[in-house]
Design a protein around this ligand. Structure first.
Ligand SMILES: [Mg+2]
Length: 231
């Protein structure tokens, strides 16, 4: 890796720990200094399933963020949809979000977030049986609405069909440039598989198609610091 090469980093679980409170995963000072160091040498993107609103709260606007698994690019100049029918899915999400209270009552511990281009239910506070029932409910909601069901770490999500980190990253890859891609969750596997020529890094345990592995976000930060030091 050298100056001008590319770095694509997942956010939750990769740069910051997975938190029981998904609304407060703010970037700390150490992380910001790593990102600034990377940004000076590399063509850097944060690639996340999070909403634009969350990422705007967690990170200063100077970073480029590919949000909603690849549906939206956030830049300091504003948001750019990366898919043609983005606004239609925003409407679908807004109508599902109207059922928020009903869903909370049906599934104890459910915390529903309208990502405006995706719906996430955080299941951290939920028991296994309730999570199972929620998954069935969300599966039928996905069929009704034309959204895609995704089951992740402590989340059940409806996301825009066909949108994935792998294709999103490929859109931004530059010919002849090396790329480092890091992530901790199932959505990141799509990024690894569709970019098999890249330096792919799995964060944490579990099966992976990535070429390398680090144990957690802290070891990932060490690796990134090393990358800055060597550039
Ligand atoms: Mg993650």
């Amino acid at each position: 890796m050298g100056p001008g090469d590319q770095v694509f980093l997942d956010y939750d679980g990769t740069l910051v720990p997975i938190s029981s409170d998904p609304t407060s995963c703010f970037a700390d000072r150490e992380l910001l200094s790593i990102l600034d160091g990377l940004g000076e040498e590399y063509d850097m993107y944060i690639v996340t399933g999070r909403s634009a609103e969350d990422m705007r709260r967690f990170l200063p606007p100077r970073y480029r963020v590919i949000a909603l698994h690849g549906a939206l690019l956030l830049t300091s100049e504003g948001d750019v949809p990366l898919i043609p029918d983005y606004s239609r899915y925003v409407e679908i999400c807004n109508s599902i979000a109207l059922r928020k209270n009903e869903i909370r009552e049906m599934f104890h511990g459910a915390r529903l977030y309208n990502k405006v281009g995706g719906i996430t239910v955080n299941t951290w506070l939920m028991d296994t049986a309730t999570r199972g029932r929620l998954e069935d409910f969300m599966r039928s909601l996905a069929e009704e609405s034309g959204m895609e069901l995704y089951l992740g770490k402590q989340v059940v999500e409806l996301r825009i069909p066909g949108v994935n980190k792998g294709d999103a990253i490929r859109k931004f890859r530059k010919h002849g440039r090396k790329a480092l891609i890091a992530g901790d969750d199932i959505t990141d596997e799509e990024a690894f598989i569709k970019n098999s020529d890249a330096l792919t890094v799995k964060v944490g345990p579990g099966e992976t198609s990535a070429r390398y592995r680090v144990s957690d976000y802290m070891e990932m930060r060490s690796l990134l610091r090393e990358l800055i030091r060597r550039s």
